[in-house]
Design a protein around this ligand. Structure first.
Ligand SMILES: [Zn+2]
Length: 75
């Protein structure tokens, strides 16, 4: 339990893509050596280890339905 989870980060944009599947990213995990971004599906899948290992986890999955993207995948 080292990472802080933000509920409404302003920094993720439509240009941020999931590192696993390329969908729009809604979760960003910041590590000492860099950062990873994930879509809602993969972010939720990895949220526990990310929150354990990352310096900061930004969770914007609550924006998925309020900011639809042409490339958004449904879970
Ligand atoms: Zn993904």
């Amino acid at each position: 339990m080292s990472a802080t989870t933000l509920s409404q980060p302003p920094s993720l944009t439509i240009a941020d893509r999931c590192d696993r599947c390329g969908a729009q990213a809604f979760i960003r995990a910041v590590f000492v050596a860099g950062e990873l971004t994930f879509c809602g599906h993969h972010g939720r899948e990895l949220l526990m280890p990310l929150q354990r290992d990352a310096v900061l986890v930004e969770d914007a999955t609550d924006l998925i339905n309020s900011a639809p993207s042409p490339s958004a995948n449904s879970d």
